[in-house]
Design a protein around this ligand. Sequence first.
Ligand code: SF4
Length: 389
Amino acid sequence: MDLENLLEFDLDGLTAYCEQRGEKRFRAVQLFRWIHQKGARDFDQMSDLAKSLRDKLREVAAVRDLPVISEQASSDGTIKWLFDVGGGDAIESVFIPEDDRGTLCVSSQAGCAVGCRFCSTGHQGFSRNLTTSEIIAQLWFAEHHLRQRLKLPPGQRAITNVVMMGMGEPLQNYAALVPALRVMLSDHAYGLSRRRVTVSTSGMVPMMDRLRDDCPVALAVSLHAPNDLLRDDLVPLNKKYPISELMAACNRYLEKAPRDFVTFEYCMLEGVNDTVAHAQQLVALVRNRVPCKFNLIPFNPFPQSGLRCSPRPAVQAFANVLQEAGIVTTIRKTRGDDIDAACGQLAGEVQDRTSVKQRILVRAPITISPVGSSAGGCEPPHLTKDLPT
Ligand code: SF4
């Protein structure tokens, strides 16, 4: 019999699981705390559970995390882990330490179907959705591994923020994502506030509306173009949910969001989306329409992308236009540059989904869109992001 992986459950799910076995809710709470707050996987460690329950659990359940394929530690403290999720698939998670916080960038899918031009993961194609346990196992491992490694005193957390900006489009894996978010937010588990958990989307408009109602955490939207013509090319999902619909969804989301702004991610691509005219078009798109901040992200080149990072003066000139219009704009520091390049590259070395690669390679060469058409946004090479506070 396959053992049930208890990392799969949020607290309600674990309560139902325990109740089916004749146990009361408070037992589920105890179990949940042992697993997530203390990092226990051995039921014998769980000393306040009745021995009869521990014996029962050992027969039917387990706390199963993900095998680590590799770890890379950067001189700036960034750590990237490559996890084996079976079937030849691998996913990445990245820990990004800063003075006042520790952020974990978490993957939601093995590969990604959105196929953004500038994204190494998108170039690999889509393999499958991760389960809730595979999403939460990234946090479980990082939190408890880092507590030991950093010799943190009891009660101090290693991970203070989570960003769903790793591999995959989180809102295309909604059913597994929401229970994982609930585990992150639970006071009996990681206890993160809604402001410290960010879901980043390439613009899945209907799912943004659902997330607003089901579990409104902070929202980041990948907006890498100021018009539909260009965004259709950079973020193919835009053909389905164009910029006007995306902006309307952002405003609906903000009605319940824990922050009063959306973070727009904008990957700076030389000669593609980085001119002053593009910046002016962005201003016209969002000013007095969508409360927002911008993160400008230096593109992290990878083989076959055919794209280059904008020169620093172009990035600064772009930022100036936004800032002078009163829009809070940051230029993202890249992190972990010495351990590898763009998000998805480690995993891409494990598996190259050639059919998708072929599909991407046959796309027309990228064109510089005329400034002046409509407007636009998606998820960037996530893993080198710096992050909403
Ligand atoms: S940027 Fe995000 S949504 Fe786009 S292909 Fe990469 S992982 Fe998918």
